[in-house]
Structures are given as structure tokens and as C-alpha cells.
Design a protein around this ligand. Structure first.
Ligand code: 26V
Length: 822
């Protein structure tokens, strides 16, 4: 018999049972008789952690010994979701754990439901970061994720009388078994104060920042288990604390309350994750949050580097790569400059050369309101030294790069400057990112083209090789293996068990797309997943739906550009058609939404209200014989996505072309056999390329057509008057049909689409969207045709494995070597 490698899975069922019971008693302090489900879950996690920690230590020892280049992924958001089932799968312990718990009279998936989501992100950007660290560990790259240990993640959404109510999310109220506090790596961070210019004995000038306050950064490590369990990297999240917990002098002087206020202030920094909001509120705190986690991370990176190389910075840029996930961590650029120049006494040019080689930046949106700018006066107060450094970076950039290329052209200078002039002068974080990074990437082909052509065209002229593309991806471990066990088992059987690492292998399934027996297996699995979702819908909303119907799902943050309102208009149009003709020919359809609106985004909240009010009316209207149902699932989050995605027949990806940078839910749903109804936007374009356009319901204006229509002057009234269905549906919003006795409650939606100018061209795309839905209906009525298309979609999504995205980052940006842990 072959001897087992050290990293082979070590635990059999009996050992795992013994370990769980031991932890139940000695870690949780309870007994088999008394233990709650939560305690069993934590005991299970503790048993798993024995495996995790051993591999974590081994990984860290290997990385230390090999001293290879590492990637440091800086992100204000990591939307991790739950970790139990993921860690079990990645350690190949899922099955044995399931059996061990069954022996103990417990059910693993029930225990997994005890775990609160780690909702430390808003949406796509944060979830992408989570998929990327999974892939980095899976591919054995030395990598560390750095972020913020928010006490409260994204708000929990309740729906009361159809309206969104925000409630605090307390994900670690009762403890989180997956995190480890590391007091030995605490950092101290300066804030506020003033800058002094000091003339040294040797005649040179030095800047000294005298901080007005110091904040403590306490790191919490979350082990990131790669698939196969060989590499365990870490996600390091910083929690803010008061630097002096208890100041006796202040206390004795009667200032106890003052000292407590200072403590509260310091702890506020990592208290809450900000929702994507346009409001001005909390601006200062947000800037401090960003600086706090970047400064802690840079200090941590420095500490590790110095441990191996002392004060010799000549290898720094060879050893360290830092990826900026959007502009949120941009302040890391001037912070590294400050550390190198002010604290390590490097020449500006040397320090800049290092910075430039270390940093790279990913852009995730073209929306102008989402591009960060900070008032100069705010910077001056909070980070006075950084503002000086930014001025210096800017002045060198303008004189060395812009002036030679566009001599005397002040308009170009004003446009490219890091500082925006105006009533309130502002620091443009996007410009700083591009100037301070050696690579800048968009997240899908079309998005990267627009980043080059529309967002940063002059920067592309200055540095023709800087702007590039890395198309997003999703981890097939969470988004197929763990969330869709039946389909995963089918793929194991048909293509072998390697597919979670090599998702391209699924392509060989295309040859079975016409095979009736395979179609039946595939659609039976879909049916099971839908039946499970039927139960979840009933439990969460009380609504009865039938698994016979087409499950049509739109899950994503609520934003006008994502066009949930277009989906709603079409639902209302279908309802009208059914009322006009009870025999209207359509397969029964359930439209399912999952979406949070930013608390300050009034219209987005109105759209949620409208969806719920339309749902109430439609779902209770016996005249339409259950042909149409509308479900709004409250509190959309990662763990809910894991239940919705495997049950989707139709994936709604209907953003106005040019606005959705990539999308990643589109990839997840197609991978699980949903057919996309979508515009040619973001990664939809690449999905349609892979699956074949005939297997997607593509509709609507293209990026260039959107631009042309806007340039011509778009008038939504043209469509309102020309299309009687549009007119009837919009006029419905002004009545009390959906809000009995309260007419006009839904009028804001009509107003935004007409008088508001319909910024995102919903009316212009309505007819095409409606046609695409007819096509979906026709396809679905031919079960074999539908099955074929669904199978091809799932089988051709290999490109959208986040492992492929990471290999692209490695090849195009990071230049890392993988480091196998023995
Ligand atoms: C931020 C803001 C802030 C101000 C108000 C409006 C607004 C709207 C959106 C955002 C988020 C921008 C960053 C982001 O999450 N982008 C998403 O990144 C995903 C991963 O690359 C990508 O798939 C999504 O298409 C993109 O929207």
C-alpha cells in the first residue's frame, strides 16, 4: 500500500467524531446531552481547525523559508459568507464530517445554517476579493488579504409592509470560530496633527509628522484554506482600538468621561461597513477607515520584509506586490512613500521607483458618482503629511509626464491633475492610483476597453502598456461543488473529480447536450434544487410557488443601472396581458428578486417597495391562475445566493450596456445551468461568446448604440407615446391599483423614467427585452431544447473560474511563482 503523504486527509470518521465531542466538552464547556446546535457547530469548527492550523503553520514556515515574492491584496471589503462548508470541502472532509455528525444524530447542513454570514462587503467587489483569496490559496501562491475587521457588516434587510428597513448586522456577537486574534502583531497608527520641517546636521531637510492622535490596530487572522488543503493563507483584518485604554492622569483629573469618549471614538473606526451611498455623511470617518487599514497593512508588510532583508530596500519591489481593490486603499501609495522617505530616509526618486513597481490598481466601475474624491481641507486635517506627498507626486507627474507630451496645455493638466480645482478643491483618488501604479486593470474585456477609451484615455497615451484587462471569475468550489452537490456529483461521474481545479474539463459535457438520458439527469437535478428553493421561499416569505414554473432570478444590489425597474415593467406588462386574456400563452413564471438598496438611495428603496406591492397584488389575483408569481427575498446575502443560484432557470443580467463593469452573478448562474437574458454588457459578452449567442437571450442596445442615442438626445416620452403597453404600465404607477386607497405611492418610478430622463434607457430597451422574454418562453416550452441550452451554458463556463483570473493577474501584473507546501 502506498504510504500516505503528510498532507493527505488524515481524519477518519471515528477520529473526527472523537475530536468533535472532545471540543464540545473542553472548548465549548458543554455536554452531548445539553449542547445546542450552535455548540455542535462550534465544536465541529474547532475540530476542523486542528487541521487548518497545522497546515497554516506549515504554509507560513514554507513561505518564510523560500522567501518568495508575495501578493498583498488590499481591499476594504471581503464578502466571505459562511466558512464551514467551504473549509470542509477544501480539506476534503465534507463527506466524512457529514457521516460523523449523522452518527451523532446531527445533520451537517443544519449545523452550517447556524453560522452567520461574514457580510464584510457590499456586493460584487467584496465577493470577488473572497473568490480571489480562495483561488490564490488553491493555486499555492504566497498571498495575504488585508482588510477591516468591521464589527457590523452590511446591514441586515427586513421588509416591513413592502419597505426596506435596515437593521444592524452583528456577525460575531456570539463568537466566530474561524478567526484568531494576533495581539503580537498590533500596530499603532498616527492621525491628525501637523508636519514639522527639520533641518538636519548634514544640511538636508526632513519632514516630521507630529500626530494628534494614535490608534491601535489589532489584527484578526482568518485562515484561507486552498482546495486540496495544502496551502492555508491568511486574511488579516484590522480592528481599531484606543491606543491608551485607560489614561490614569486624565482619570485622576476627573476626565474619566473624556477618556471613555476617546476610546469610543477610536473604536468607531472599524465599527461599521459603509453601504455604497451617495450621502456626504461619515466622509471623514470613511477616509480614516481607509487610512487605518492601509497604514496597518503597510506596517505589517514592512515588518515582514525587514525580518528577511533588514534595512536593504533594494529587493522590496521584487518581493512585494500590492493590489489595490478599487480606489478605497489608494492612500497606501502616499503612505508607503511616507514610510520610505520620512522613516527609512530613502531618496524620493528611489522611494518612488519602489512604489511604482509595487502597486497595481483594479478599477471596478465607470460610474462617475462612485469615483472617489476627498476634499483637500479634510486631507489637510486628517493626513497633513500625505497631502504634501500627494502634491509632490502631482507636481512631478505634471512636469515630467504631462508637460512634455502636451506642452502648455492647461486643460489637459487640469484634467489629469490629482487635484481637482473648484469651490472645494479635491483629491482624485483614481488619478493618484493610475499615476502610482505600474498596471491598471478593468474587470471584463468591454469594461477595460471603456477604461482606456473613456475614463483614462490620456493616461493610456502616456503609458501605453499600463492599462489592461483581467476578466473576473468565481470560485467553482463554493459556486458549484458546495452549493450544488447533485450537479457536482454528476460532473464527478461524467468528467472525473478534477473539475473543481480545472473547470475547462466541463466542456466535454457539451457532447451530451443532445443526449436525452443526460438531459433528464441534468434537469432532474435542477428540479430538485427548485423544490428546495420552494421550501425556502415559503419559509422566508409565506409565498407558495410551484417548481413547475420557470424560476427567473435577478439577484444583485439595487441600482438604476442594473435596471430592476425594467424587470418590474415587464412583469407588469405580463400581468396586464394575462388580465386582458386569461388564456394568454405563457409557461408559468416565478420572478424572484434579491437585493439591498443603499439606505440613502431613495429611488432604489422605492423600487423595492414597488416590487413588493406588485407582488402582493399579482400573487393574490386568482384570475391569472397562478401563471405569474413575484417573490422578493429579504436580506439577500452570500448564503441566500447559494440557495437561489442552483435553482435558477433564467438569469437576469439586464444592465444598460456600458454600466456593469463585469458582473459575477451572471457567471455563477450560467455555471449552474441557468440561461442568461442579458444585454451586451460586462462579462455577459464573454459569457455569450463561450456559450454561444444562440444559447443566451441577448437583447437591447449595445455600448456604442447607447452612446449614440445619448449623443443624439434621448427622450423617454418618444417611447411612452409610441408604445401603448409602456404607456399603460407607467400610468398604472399613478393609480392605487397596487396600493389600494393610496394612489401615487409608486409614482416616483414613473417620474424617474419620464421627467427624470430615464438615465439608464429602460424604456428604450423595453420592447427588445419583452421580445427576449418571449424567446425564453418558447425555448422553455420545448424541454429538450431548454435542457440542451442549459447544459451548454453550464459546460462552457470554464473561463470564469477565478483560478483563471488569478493566473491572468500573475502573468500580466504580479509575476509570482507558486510555492508548493510540502
Ligand atoms: C459604488 C457606488 C458609490 C456611490 C453611489 C453609487 C455606487 C454604485 C456602485 C458602487 C460600487 C463600485 C464598485 C463595485 O462594486 N463594482 C462591481 O465590481 C464587481 C467586481 O469587479 C463587478 O462584477 C461589478 O460589475 C461592479 O459593479
Amino acid at each position: 500500500m502506498a504510504t500516505k503523504k503528510k498532507t493527505d486527509i488524515l481524519l477518519d470518521k471515528e477520529q473526527l467524531k472523537a475530536s468533535i465531542i472532545r471540543h464540545l466538552r473542553s472548548t465549548l464547556g458543554t455536554s452531548e446531552e445539553k449542547a445546542s446546535q450552535e455548540s455542535w457547530w462550534k465544536a465541529t469548527a474547532a475540530a476542523v481547525n486542528e487541521q487548518v492550523y497545522e497546515r497554516l503553520t506549515r504554509t507560513q514556515q514554507t513561505h518564510l523559508k523560500q522567501d518568495t515574492r508575495a501578493i498583498h491584496y488590499l481591499s476594504a471589503e471581503f464578502l466571505m459568507g459562511r466558512l464551514t462548508s467551504n473549509n470542509l470541502h477544501n480539506l476534503s472532509l465534507y463527506k466524512v464530517c457529514d457521516e460523523a455528525l449523522a452518527d451523532l444524530g446531527l445533520n451537517l447542513s443544519d449545523l452550517c445554517e447556524c453560522e452567520p454570514d461574514m457580510a464584510l462587503g457590499n456586493g460584487g467587489l467584496g465577493r470577488l476579493a473572497a473568490c480571489f483569496i480562495d483561488s490564490l490559496a488553491t493555486l499555492s501562491y504566497p498571498a495575504i488579504g488585508y482588510g477591516i475587521h468591521y464589527e457590523h457588516g452590511l446591514f441586515r434587510q427586513e421588509i416591513q409592509d413592502g419597505r426596506q428597513i435596515e437593521r444592524p448586522d452583528s456577525w460575531r456577537e456570539y463568537g466566530n470560530p474561524w478567526e484568531i486574534c494576533r495581539p503580537e502583531s498590533v500596530q499603532e497608527i498616527p492621525l491628525y496633527g501637523y508636519v514639522e520641517t527639520v533641518f538636519c546636521d548634514d544640511g538636508h531637510m526632513k519632514k516630521v509628522w507630529h500626530a494628534g492622535r494614535k490608534i491601535k490596530g489589532v489584527p484578526w487572522d482568518i485562515p484561507v484554506v486552498g482546495f486540496g488543503g495544502h496551502t492555508v493563507n491568511i486574511l488579516r483584518l484590522w480592528e481599531s482600538r484606543a491606543s491608551e485604554f485607560f489614561d490614569w492622569d486624565v482619570f485622576n483629573a476627573g476626565g474619566y468621561l473624556d477618556s471613555q469618549a476617546e476610546k469610543a471614538q477610536a473604536e468607531t473606526i472599524s465599527k461599521v461597513l459603509y453601504p455604497n451611498d451617495e450621502t456626504e455623511a461619515g466622509k471623514e470617518l470613511r477616509l480614516i477607515q481607509q487610512y487605518f487599514f492601509c497604514a496597518c497593512s503597510i506596517k505589517d508588510i514592512m515588518r515582514r520584509y525587514k525580518r528577511a532583508h533588514g534595512n536593504d530596500f533594494s529587493h522590496f519591489a521584487d518581493q512585494i506586490a500590492i493590489q489595490l481593490n478599487d480606489t478605497h486603499p489608494t492612500i497606501a501609495i502616499p503612505e508607503l512613500m511616507r514610510v520610505l522617505v520620512d522613516e527609512e530616509d530613502l531618496q524620493w526618486e528611489k522611494a518612488w521607483d519602489i512604489c511604482y513597481r509595487v502597486f497595481a490598481y483594479t478599477n471596478h466601475t465607470l460610474l462617475p458618482e462612485a469615483l472617489e474624491k476627498w476634499a483637500v481641507y479634510l486631507f489637510e486635517r486628517v493626513l497633513p503629511r500625505h497631502l504634501e506627498i500627494i502634491y509632490e507626486i502631482n507636481s512631478r507627474f505634471l512636469s515630467e509626464k504631462v508637460e512634455p507630451m502636451w506642452p502648455g496645455n492647461d486643460a489637459i493638466k487640469a484634467k489629469l491633475s490629482i487635484i481637482e480645482e473648484g469651490d472645494v478643491r479635491k483629491v482624485r483618488m483614481g488619478n493618484l492610483c493610475v499615476i502610482g501604479s505600474n498596471k491598471v486593470n478593468g474587470v471584463a474585456e468591454v469594461h477595460s476597453r471603456l477604461v482606456k477609451e473613456d475614463l483614462f484615455p490620456e493616461f493610456d497615451q502616456i503609458w501605453p502598456d499600463k492599462l489592461c484587462n483581467v476578466t473576473n471569475g468565481v470560485t467553482p468550489r463554493r459556486w458549484l461543488l458546495a452549493c450544488n452537490p447533485e450537479l457536482a456529483a454528476l460532473y464527478d461521474e461524467v468528467v472525473g473529480k478534477e473539475w473543481p481545479l480545472k473547470l475547462d474539463l466541463l466542456r466535454s459535457v457539451v457532447k451530451f447536450a443532445d443526449d436525452k438520458a443526460f438531459q433528464k439527469q441534468f434537469m432532474t437535478i435542477k428540479r430538485h434544487n427548485k423544490e428546495k428553493l420552494v421550501e425556502v421561499i415559503k419559509a422566508e416569505t409565506g409565498i407558495d410557488v410551484s417548481a413547475e414554473a420557470i424560476f427567473d432570478i435577478q439577484i444583485k444590489r439595487l441600482h438604476e443601472y442594473k435596471r430592476q425597474q425594467l424587470n418590474l415593467l415587464h412583469i407588469m406588462a405580463l400581468y396586464r396581458r394575462l388580465l386582458a386574456d386569461p388564456d394568454y400563452d405563457m409557461h408559468p413564471r416565478v420572478f424572484i428578486f434579491g437585493s439591498k438598496a443603499a439606505p440613502g438611495y431613495k429611488l432604489a428603496k422605492d423600487i423595492i417597495y414597488a416590487i413588493n406591492k406588485v407582488a402582493e397584488r399579482v400573487n393574490n389575483d386568482v384570475r391569472i391562475k397562478g401563471k405569474l408569481k413575484v417573490v422578493f427575498m429579504p436580506n439577500y446575502r452570500v448564503s441566500l445566493a447559494e440557495k437561489l443560484i442552483p435553482a435558477a432557470d433564467v438569469s437576469e443580467q439586464i444592465s444598460t450596456a456600458g454600466y456593469e463593469a463585469s458582473g459575477t452573478g451572471n457567471m455563477k448562474m450560467a455555471l449552474n445551468g441557468a440561461i442568461t437574458i442579458g444585454t451586451l454588457d460586462g462579462a455577459n459578452i464573454e459569457i455569450a461568446e463561450e456559450a454561444g449567442e444562440e444559447n443566451c437571450a441577448i437583447f437591447g442596445l449595445t455600448v456604442d448604440e447607447v452612446k449614440a442615442l445619448k449623443a443624439r438626445g434621448y427622450n423617454p416620452y418618444d417611447f411612452y407615446y409610441a408604445n401603448s403597453e409602456i404607456k399603460a404600465v407607467l400610468d398604472w404607477f399613478d393609480t392605487d391599483y397596487f396600493t389600494p386607497g393610496r394612489p401615487g405611492e409608486l409614482s416616483s418610478i414613473k417620474r424617474a423614467l419620464l421627467d427624470g430622463g430615464d438615465t439608464y434607457l429602460a424604456l428604450a430597451d423595453f420592447a427588445a427585452y419583452s421580445e427576449a422574454h418571449r424567446k425564453i418562453d418558447t425555448w422553455y416550452c420545448d424541454p429538450s431544447l431548454w435542457a440542451k441550452k442549459a447544459i451548454i451554458n453550464s459546460a462552457t463556463m470554464g473561463k470564469f473560474n477565478s483560478d483563471r483570473s488569478i493566473e491572468d493577474y500573475v502573468a500580466r501584473i504580479w509575476g509570482l511563482k507558486s510555492c508548493k507546501v510540502g
